[in-house]
Design a protein around this ligand. Structure first.
Ligand code: ZN
Length: 389
């Protein structure tokens, strides 16, 4: 996400904060402080704020509960992240922002059992935090401790219950998708879960409007957009599961020599309609050069700078027999626009993000039944560093 900054690590996971939270946290503290007397009206829990209804008491409660709430959200996300790691799913980072937290996980696809465990872990942590007041059975430390702890426990239970709503992309929706995916194809399961999520979001939004709670309307909107986005993503990957990289790669791509000058690349790009080329030293691939590399060189210097001065030597390769969906996932994870396609260590072509999206547009016009599933074929992983040497 743009506009976030790192505040530290927990268990080697970068923890980041988005600027919206920096703005929101004092507002939240203020809202808690000025509405402190109303907490006694909240259902199910008997919270008595009376001892804290002084100026300092309100400031104290506002800050402790607001900060405590986001610490709780962080612990909820850590629950997701640590279970994900145990399931061998990479954890990129955790971001805290105005709508709570996001644990960014890598490639959680088509493993419903893992996804179910990961999705359940967050609400489980929140529920456990909801049980915090149990410690007061050991002794009463006084209202300045018990009040914020009971308040936070209450908010954690609300958090757990809200997240367990079967509204994709909330945790409950992910659990629903995981259970569906054990019985039907992943893409279809996502579609169903997304539709349930959209339905729940519409109800939530209407409820918010009815009770004049704009906050709920915002969250409903957020859930609706999340559900649409996830469904779209699933459709994309579902379609790309049906073709192999070799079917959509560009196998007619010219290589350029490392000693060529940058000015030679522009006419080559115009002539071939391609914006990236493998750099070949003999028949060895030593790099990749793209339009954005060329753009970094001022026009006056393009006759002086050689391709091997600016090419990227970090070669990311994929096997020709891999699924197109794996290529897209790899490009997303590495944040690059093209992959070198190899077969038994030999360069066969290049697959680009554009090529993948182009294939998706075509695949969408073909009924699923006509393509069928690809047979699972073990893909030989090639070490990219072999190419660089
Ligand atoms: Zn969660």
């Amino acid at each position: 996400m743009k506009g976030e900054f790192q505040i530290g690590h927990i268990a080697r996971i970068p923890i980041k904060i988005h600027w919206t939270l920096v703005l929101f946290l004092p507002i939240l503290a203020w809202l808690i402080a000025v509405q402190l007397e109303h907490v006694s009206d909240l259902p199910f829990v008997n919270m008595d704020p009376t001892p804290l209804l002084t100026e300092y008491g309100r400031i104290y409660a506002g800050i402790v509960v607001a900060v405590g709430l986001f610490v709780s959200v962080l612990l909820h996300e850590l629950g997701h992240a640590l279970v994900a790691r145990r399931e061998n799913i990479g954890v990129e980072q955790i971001t805290l922002w105005i709508f709570g937290g996001l644990a960014m996980l890598e490639g959680i696809r088509n493993e419903p059992r893992s996804e179910a465990k990961v999705a359940a872990a967050g609400p489980a942590v929140s529920l456990a935090l909801g049980a915090m007041p149990v410690v007061f059975l050991l002794g009463d430390p006084g209202p300045w401790v018990t009040f914020p702890v009971i308040y936070l426990a209450y908010l954690n239970v609300v958090l757990a219950v809200f997240n367990m709503l079967p509204a994709f992309p909330l945790d409950g929706g992910r659990l629903l998708r995981a259970f569906l995916a054990m019985r039907m194809p992943f893409g279809q399961a996502t579609d169903v879960a997304a539709n349930v999520g959209k339905g729940a979001a519409v109800l939530m939004g209407l409820g918010g409007l009815l009770f004049g709670n704009l906050w709920i309307v915002f969250i409903a909107l957020f859930v609706y957009m999340g559900a649409s986005q996830e469904a779209q993503g699933a459709r994309l990957f579902d379609a790309l599961d049906r073709v192999r990289v070799q079917e959509i790669m560009d196998d007619d791509i010219p290589g350029v020599e490392p000693g060529a000058f940058v000015e030679e690349l522009v006419p080559l790009m115009l002539r071939t309609g391609r914006t990236g080329f493998p750099v070949l030293d003999g028949d060895r691939v030593v790099g990749v050069v793209t339009l954005s590399d060329v753009q970094e060189v001022p026009e006056s210097r393009r006759s002086l700078v050689r391709v091997d001065d600016l090419m990227s030597r970090d070669l990311v390769t994929i096997d020709a027999a891999a699924k197109a969906s794996e290529a897209l996932q790899m490009m997303q994870e590495e944040e690059i626009g093209r992959l070198l396609v190899t077969r038994q260590g030999r360069l066969e072509g290049v697959v680009t993000r554009q090529g993948v999206m182009h294939a998706f547009n075509i695949l969408q016009t073909i009924p699923r039944s006509e393509l069928g599933e690809l047979e699972e074929e073990r893909v030989v992983d090639l070490d990219a560093s072999e190419w660089a040497r």
